[in-house]
Design a protein. Structure first.
Length: 297
């Protein structure tokens, strides 16, 4: 039996970082690997129980992305078999759908010899997902600040953020659509100004590597945290303890229900142990940033 043609590796992501709602993403050192092999029909095989509920045929998100990329370039792609190993928690606010889209784009690019530019990959991924923060970080790596409005795309990549991180992951998953339903349709002008100011200063702090200031701005969100934090047990208490332990900042990871804690590089293991001891409801994962985005091996 022939071995795989190639493998695609995609990092997890955390999005928003507080007030950077739908615009700031950060790649993290948890990975999904997709082995691509020849096959007479589309077959998707997930290794492990985490992704057991996902489709294993042509309706799978990775396969759908591959087919749509091919169609966009006026090509027809033959079926393949995908074998997937992932340590990214599913439905926990860590970009599992964005990683699937990023993987599909990379697989289509490789199989069809499209030679897509990074900008083309990010644009297609943003169109497919509807926003750009997660998918841009998954494709490019590092921290990415994006603007994607009315199909107009701009982004800036910060390739190697010098921090460690802890992810507090609850046992239950949460659909992004459910989390988005908690958000108001409108914000007052004053609230929007405060959120925009925090987002602007967060972006500037990220750009110069001032994570102390970035962490302070992460905790001044007005766009989604006040409406979603009720879904995360002991949220305010977790923030209080993180501040006591010297974390840079703490916020909801993506749409939740996980929590992202930015810490000094090298202290993530110690912080994870302390937080898991104090908040046993959550599993604590010590991670680093992923300077490299999606790649073929």
């Amino acid at each position: 039996m022939a071995g795989p043609l190639f493998s695609v590796v995609v990092p997890a992501t955390t999005a928003n970082l507080g007030p950077g709602y739908d615009s700031i993403g950060l790649a993290l050192s948890l990975y999904m690997t997709v082995e691509v092999s020849e096959s007479e029909e589309w077959k998707v095989c997930y290794i492990g129980d985490e992704y057991a509920s996902l489709p294993r045929d042509e309706s799978n998100l990775i396969v759908q992305t591959i087919i749509k990329v091919a169609a966009q370039y006026g090509k027809v792609i033959s079926p393949h078999a995908l074998r997937i190993v992932s340590d990214i928690p599913l439905g926990k606010g860590l970009g599992s759908s964005a990683t699937a889209i990023a993987a599909g784009i990379e697989i289509a690019d490789k199989l069809l010899g499209l030679s897509m530019s990074p900008n083309e990959k990010v644009r297609f991924g943003s169109q497919f997902e509807g926003h750009s923060d997660n998918v841009a970080a998954a494709i490019l790596g590092g921290a990415v600040i994006t603007y994607y409005v009315d199909n107009e795309l701009y982004y800036l990549q910060l390739p190697n953020p010098a921090i460690g991180a802890v992810l507090l992951v609850p046992p239950h998953a949460l659909k992004t659509t459910e989390s988005r339903r908690l958000l108001p349709n409108e914000l007052s002008h004053a609230v929007a100004v405060a959120g925009s100011a925090a987002s602007s200063l967060l972006s500037a702090a990220l750009a110069i590597g001032d994570w102390k200031l970035a962490g302070q701005m992460m905790e001044r969100d007005r766009f989604h945290e006040p409406y979603r934090k009720e879904l995360l047990p002991e949220f305010d208490r977790v923030r209080e303890v993180c501040q006591q332990l010297g974390a840079y900042g703490m916020t909801i990871s993506g749409a939740g229900p996980s929590i992202f804690v930015a810490v000094e590089k090298g202290k993530e293991q110690e912080m994870a142990a302390e937080l898991e001891k104090k908040f046993p409801f959550y599993g604590a994962l010590a991670v680093s940033t992923a300077p490299k985005g999606t790649f073929v091996q």
